[in-house]
Structure formats: C-alpha cells, structure tokens
Design a protein around this ligand. Structure first.
Ligand SMILES: [Zn+2]
Length: 114
C-alpha cells in the first residue's frame, strides 16, 4: 500500500524530533587555536625564529547579536568539540524540520487555497 505524502512527512518529522531529543550537550560557536607574543623583553616569543606562546584554544560565538569568546583548556577539547558538533547537528535537524513542516502545513491547507 502506498503511504500518503502527509503520512510520510509526519513520520520524517517524528524522526527529527527523536534525533533532537537524543542530542547531548550543545554549544554554539567555532574553535580556534592561537599563539601569542608577550610583553617581556628577550622572551623566546621574540627570538629568531620566534617561539610564540601557546597554543591557546578559544571558542568564539555570538548570541542575541553579541559576540563573545571563551578560552578552553586543552583537556576540555574533546568535550568542547563534541558540544560544538551537537550544536551543528541541532541546527541541521531544525532546518530539516522547518522544510518538512512547511510542506506538511501546505498539504493541510484546504484545497484550492493559494
Ligand atoms: Zn613571550
């Protein structure tokens, strides 16, 4: 038996909801690595070639139009990377939900309505 497009969309939306519910901790932003130069004279960071300080890890993100960043400890990197990945996955899922929901909502409008 052929299932209706409506039932198919409902099923796909249900799957998106389940995937969202199963997501772990999430964190918006992107991770960057930095090497710095300090203010001390004769420091190795000013040698030739320079040996800059670092690496330092930083997560940059913006929320409600405001940009911020947070330094991250090396030992926290695996957790942070997982949180960032979960956030990206959440955005993909929500985006998919919006597409499916739009199609489904259109199907449920009374016929002959633009
Ligand atoms: Zn230095």
């Amino acid at each position: 038996m052929e299932i209706s497009r409506e039932a198919q969309l409902e099923r796909q939306i249900e799957k998106v909801k389940q995937d969202l519910a199963a997501l772990g901790d999430l964190r918006p932003g992107s991770l960057s690595t930095q090497y710095n130069v300090c203010g001390s004279h004769g420091c190795r960071c000013k040698a030739d070639p320079p040996q800059k300080h670092g690496p330092y890890y930083q997560v940059s993100f913006s929320r409600k139009g405001k940009s911020s960043s947070k330094f991250v400890k090396k030992e926290d990197l695996p957790t942070i990377r997982r949180q960032l990945k979960n956030y990206e996955r959440m955005k993909e899922l929500v985006d998919r939900w919006i597409d499916l929901a739009t199609e489904l909502s259109n199907l449920r409008l009374p016929k002959n309505q633009a």
